[in-house]
Design a protein around this ligand. Structure first.
Ligand code: NAD
Length: 397
């Protein structure tokens, strides 16, 4: 046990500390939105893989507080110890657990490598012992590496263009300078490794393991998250190594969908979500500058959403109980529709041409990007007194 004053220690797209009270505040805000907008019931049991941050955290909160689900979450986070703060995701989930208990709801967390056989077995044992068959599985992992359980080989994902080097502009998150960036072309090995980590193989392994354990309820639905984005990030995102992984994820959804339809009358979907500030997206070159311009335009148009608003809308209009999903011509659910609206994209593309280090704070919403990035780790959250020492040790349940 230690009560310490915790300050942010930021290096580029990494923050080496996190603040328990700020993380708790963020979770409280999301829970309040899920409770206010959801029906309060409708989902029996849910499993969320990647439950501690970003879209996965919002999916957990929406299932539990918006739809009354009993939920099991899987994440990879670090507990606080002594004077050393834990990771933000750990504090996020500590607050989810606290609020769930207070509301008489059930949330359990398994903290370990979701890609491993051992964690899948642990999840199956927990589901059999205390939950029963699953109605939903939300798959929301974002990871730089994965050890393939079949071979023991650890694969690392990359963010590289394919076929030709990519030159664009990017913002240096340490110096706030906009500068040119050139990223070398991916090798075949880079592509294969990225598909191994961020493609659909592990999602299919989860479904196979759950099905073998007879844990899929009739009408079971599973969703994984994808991204497309605009032409200006195309070379580094959708046409790059990560895009190949997303192609694989989407192909996996099609084959899982066919299988689940026959076996349990269920479905497997990919939802294409909006670009948002998360730990994963902050690490992608060029994307933070694009997000800063996008936020400016979408806030002006009144169409801006965060992860909780996106996921609440996803459940309400696309995947929630009793809702029939609608798809684009490639079978994907689209909740990036407001981001991809032609007027939004035209405005962002025009600003992209003009943005420089000198005008970035006027032309874009980079100030919000920075604030939201810090708030992912519990810093710069309204109403938190950062001078008051915080308890670093927290419990999940
Ligand atoms: P995030 O970094 O906020 O969260 C990632 C989650 O994965 C965390 O809960 C983390 O604990 C968990 N995780 C990572 N490695 C793990 C492991 N080995 N075992 C168990 N858990 C592990 O990421 P995010 O941005 O919410 O991304 C989630 C998904 O949404 C990804 O597929 C991403 O491509 C997709 N997506 C993101 C955006 C965006 O702009 N952020 C947009 C569209 C789609």
């Amino acid at each position: 046990m230690a009560n310490v004053v915790i300050n942010p220690r930021i290096r580029g797209f990494l923050c080496l500390t996190s603040h328990p009270t700020g993380c708790a505040r963020n979770v409280q805000r999301q829970v309040e939105i899920a409770q206010r907008t959801g029906p309060g019931s409708g989902i029996g049991n849910a499993l969320v893989v990647g439950s501690s941050a970003g879209f996965g955290l919002s999916s957990l909160i929406t299932s539990v507080f918006g739809y009354g689900a009993k939920a099991l979450g899987v994440c990879f986070e670090r507990a606080g110890q002594g004077e050393k703060a834990g990771s933000a995701g750990f504090y996020n989930l500590a607050e989810v657990h606290r609020l769930a208990a207070a509301a008489g709801r059930t949330v359990e967390t398994i903290n370990g490598d979701a890609y491993s056989v051992a964690i899948k077995e642990q999840a199956i044992a927990a589901l059999k012992a205390r939950f029963g068959k699953l109605d939903y599985l939300i798959y929301s992992l974002a990871s730089p590496k994965r050890t393939d359980p079949a071979t023991g080989i650890t694969h690392s994902s990359t963010l590289k263009p394919i076929g030709a080097p990519y030159t664009s502009k990017t913002i240096d998150l340490d110096t706030d300078q906009i500068k040119p960036i050139t990223i070398a072309t991916a090798t075949e090995a880079d592509i294969d490794n990225t598909v191994k980590v961020m493609g659909g193989e592990d999602w299919a392994l989860w479904i196979a393991a759950l099905k073998a354990a007879d844990l899929l309820a009739d009408g079971f639905r599973t969703v994984a998250y994808s991204y497309i984005g605009p032409q200006l990030t195309h070379a580094i995102y959708r046409a790059g190594t990560i895009g190949r992984a997303k192609d694989h994820l989407e192909a996996t959804a099609r084959s899982l969908n066919a299988e689940l339809l026959t076996s349990v009358g269920g479905g497997a979907y990919v939802s294409v979500n909006k670009a948002l500030v998360t730990q994963a997206s902050s690490a992608i070159p060029v994307v933070p500058l694009y997000i800063s311009l996008l936020y400016k335009v979408m806030k002006e148009k009144g169409s801006h959403e965060g992860t909780i608003e996106q996921i609440v809308r996803l459940f309400k209009t696309k995947i929630g109980p009793g809702v029939t999903p609608t798809f684009d011509d490639q079978g994907r659910i689209r909740i990036d529709d407001w981001e991809m609206a032609p007027a939004v994209q035209a405005a962002v593309a025009a600003l992209w041409e003009t943005v420089t280090t000198e005008n970035v704070l006027e032309v874009s919403d980079y100030a919000s990007f920075k604030q939201e990035f810090r708030s992912l780790f519990g810093f710069e959250v309204a109403g938190v007194d950062y001078q008051t020492p915080s308890e670093t040790e927290a419990k999940l349940g």
